[in-house]
Design a protein. Structure first.
Length: 256
């Protein structure tokens, strides 16, 4: 990730995660500790986690003493989130009412591609405290053994290339955020992870392109992917990406 910029218009995929809420929470990788610590280095006390899902990132912030408010549109995901004692409001970000509240940090953890940037970015600017920052986070993971290409030889029998081709180019996101009046700092955190066969299959089937397959096709694809993985499991490389942005006006004002 980041996926293509118009993915938010596909509401079938956007609304597919709740059916796999428990699996999502159990198997989606957390964000590197160094990434979380870097985001909190600027004395962050309050955080808005947008499209918080099951609260993977929310809990990482809350465990470090940050006052987190989560906004999540899917009640099934929010049920898991609330079990972590994270205050949660049910809404899409576009429809959510901030009621005058402001935050030191606004985070989209693997969720920015599900909002309309033309609506979301001005709204973010309106809820940030002076000196506050926006952070867009993705885990950009790519299998290396077996390789993504080996898996895609199977994937292509069940979905079009745009559904499984993980484009890691963030240039479109960067341009959109800059155009909305933000200055950007892009940071990456290299990762190498090891998964068993079953763990990797569980991870894959928390992504919307797999969740929206017909049941019979999903079962067959899962079986064939599993056959491609030997007993050593799956080695996954890549990184975590943090696009950290602050409002240009804030940066200019702080220089006077």
């Amino acid at each position: 990730m980041p996926p293509r910029s118009d993915l938010y218009t596909n509401r079938i995929r956007a609304n597919s995660f709740g059916a796999a809420a428990m699996r999502y929470d159990a198997y989606r990788p957390h964000y590197p500790d160094a990434l979380i610590d870097d985001l909190l280095a600027a004395d962050v006390r309050t955080c808005l986690d947008v499209g918080a899902g099951t609260g993977i990132a929310s809990k990482q912030f809350a465990d470090r003493g940050v006052d987190v408010l989560a906004v999540e549109p899917d009640e099934r995901m929010a049920t898991v989130l609330r079990a972590k004692l994270i205050p949660t409001e049910i809404a899409t970000f576009e429809q959510w009412d901030p009621s005058g509240r402001r935050f030191d940090l606004v985070v989209f953890a693997a969720s920015y591609h599900w909002v309309d940037p033309a609506v979301a970015l001005p709204k973010v600017a309106g809820v940030l405290n002076d000196g506050g920052r926006l952070a867009l986070l993705w885990n950009r993971l790519r299998p290396v053994a077996p390789s993504q290409e080996q898996f895609d030889e199977i994937n292509r029998d069940y979905m079009p290339p745009e559904a499984y081709d993980r484009n890691h180019d963030a240039s479109g996101v960067l341009a959109t955020v800059r155009a909305a009046g933000f200055d950007i700092d892009q940071r990456t955190y290299s990762r190498t992870l090891q998964f068993s066969r079953e763990q990797w299959l569980e991870v894959l089937f928390t992504f919307s392109n797999y969740l929206t397959l017909p049941q019979d096709a999903a079962a067959e694809l899962r079986r064939r992917l599993g056959e491609r993985i030997d007993d050593s499991g799956v080695t996954v490389g890549g990184d975590a990406l943090a696009i950290v942005a602050d409002r240009k006006s804030t940066r200019l004002n702080s220089s006077h």
